[in-house]
Design a protein around this ligand. Sequence first.
Ligand code: ADP
Ligand code: MG
Length: 249
Amino acid sequence: MSTYQKNKLSVNNIYKSFGDISVIDDVSLELKENEFVSLLGPSGSGKSTIFNIIAGLIKPDKGKVYIEDMDFTGRSGRVSYMYQKDLLLPWKKIIDNAALPLVIKGTKKKEAREMVKGYFKIFGLEGFEYKYPFQLSGGMRQRAALMRTYMFSKDIILLDEPFGGLDAITKRRMQYWLLDVLSNLNASIIFITHDIDEAIFLSDRVYILSDRPARVKTEIKIDLPRPRKNQVITTPRFNEIKKDIINIL
Ligand SMILES: Nc1ncnc2c1ncn2[C@@H]1O[C@H](COP(=O)(O)OP(=O)(O)O)[C@@H](O)[C@H]1O
Ligand SMILES: [Mg+2]
């Protein structure tokens, strides 16, 4: 997450209205290779809509989405996308939940299982391959959902408030865990949150969004060194950044 290179993704001047309600008003973003970027903004500001546009599920009224310099505006199937409240299928074993994106893309079930097996250790789920979702704790289910998301497309991953439903302690553990996992993978991440501490702890950069319609108010570079330990959240630098963000929000 520190060796920046080319742009993996760029969102150029997108606009979107639903009926006569403007939801996105001239938003531009970029994501570099191996970068972790957060979109921080209040509920209802248009964050998930931005993701739907990046994922190609809805078309912007104006503006473009480029992935590795190719125009992907309105085209789906390129990036991994974990929806807000993304759930595992309760009737499928964890291994088959994880393999689902590959099966959807046409890989045979047996082969897909083989392809995902090696990731259980990285995602902290070794030994749980043949369990069902109800047999896992909340944090483990979230890890499994993240693993499934990763399987779809390993380089660009959109995560929409993935830890929103977890208790504060589990949430903190999951954030720490996520950074650890990512240090072993080669992925560029955009992460939606309305939690200031979470955005600072995880990110290389944070885009601060306005109330609806979403506009980028400012972009903040998080210069806290990596790897980040949990204690980073009590350092003076962390609190300076937090103060800056609170003043902008
Ligand atoms: N398909 C849609 N049709 C009409 N309104 C929508 C649609 N999707 C989102 N909205 C509206 O757009 C606004 C932004 O929604 P959303 O992007 O989900 O915000 P956030 O993720 O920041 O909470 C909300 O007021 C929501 O009601
Ligand atoms: Mg949302």
